[in-house]
Design a binder for this molecule. Sequence first.
Ligand code: GDD
Ligand code: MN
Length: 368
Amino acid sequence: MNIVVIVPTYNERDNIAELLAQLQTVFGRLDHDMQVLVVDDNSPDGTQQVVRAQQTAMPNLHMICGDKAGLGAAYIRGMRHALDVLRADVVFEMDADFSHKPDDIPRLLHAIEDGADFVIGSRYVSGGSIPREWGVLRRLNSLFGNIVARFLAGIYSVRDCTAGFRAIRSGLLAQIDLSALRVQGYAFQIALLYEAVLRGARIVEVPVEFVERTRGDSKLGVSDIVEFLQSALWLRFRSSATFIKFALVGASGVVVNLGAFALLLGLGVNKFIASPIAIELSIIWNFLFNNYWTFRWRKSRDRTRIKGLKFNAVSFASLAVSYVTFVALSLAFPDVAPHWHQLAGIVPAALINYFLNSYWTFRHDPQA
Ligand code: GDD
Ligand code: MN
């Protein structure tokens, strides 16, 4: 495979030469085409000169330069270059300050070889760690960042959402519109991870020890924290918007169901025949609105007809759940009015309905 390790730099003169040397040593132990891409934002400290001086001895060392626009902007430029020009199969994200150990690269790569699409050098899985010397504030900041990412942005399944040490398959990256991420700074990390989760990427966390830098300074600033919070809120909104649309469609379906039922009764149809017809009409109604509105952007290999059948199956499953809840509550609380049992059944049914349809019927298939 062709592997490109992207290293963004801003004033890393005192780290970059040693890092590049260590990378070459590690690369020597690997059976892949290994390249490095430094993305420097015209560092005033002369980082570029140091890199250029090494390029003659290292033909696999590339560099692109630009004005300072933030860590995320640098990664976006770097990833495009790695995909389009260097033809990478796998792209690494890595800091220049030795917080990420070059010796850990083979372990991350192993996870890719084992089939992962997105590998995270994780500080928050068992075996991973943050520096012992980190003060309370720094610890809280990192912890808080991950809590925001997991529970506000909704990336629950990942422990270390803000990590900047990653290996990503280019096939996955190519599906993501990087310019649509709308992030400049460190928020890039959660924005990209969110897109990967959304596309059903196989995400693996490999434990790493995060080492505090000994030379130079961290560039994380207040504006990065503000952008990070904004970004997490925006991601939350995006996830909720889908659920809200789904709920609205469901509510309109109730109206269709009852309206059709009343209409059929008015036409003299027997109520035992009118009922299932009205139910099926509302299911079809819900399906069409979810297909052409709620989940419109999700691509699928299935024909609309197949999705309709799946939607119907899910509707019957949620009917069963709703009925089982009704029966269970009726038996458990016989003194409570049955309307409450019936109402309570809607909650688990709606959730199951949403999750099955979101992850099965309207599952996004980027290759479709
Ligand atoms: N080109 C470019 N432009 N590089 C930048 C910029 C920028 O605006 N800002 C930072 N970098 C480079 C740094 O030179 C370094 O190589 C790397 O990005 C990480 O920057 P640090 O300033 O050392 O970040 P940190 O140690 O505070 O944060 C690390 O941990 C965070 C999670 O706790 C990084 O790995 C972050 O990505 C991560 O979110
Ligand atoms: Mn750092």
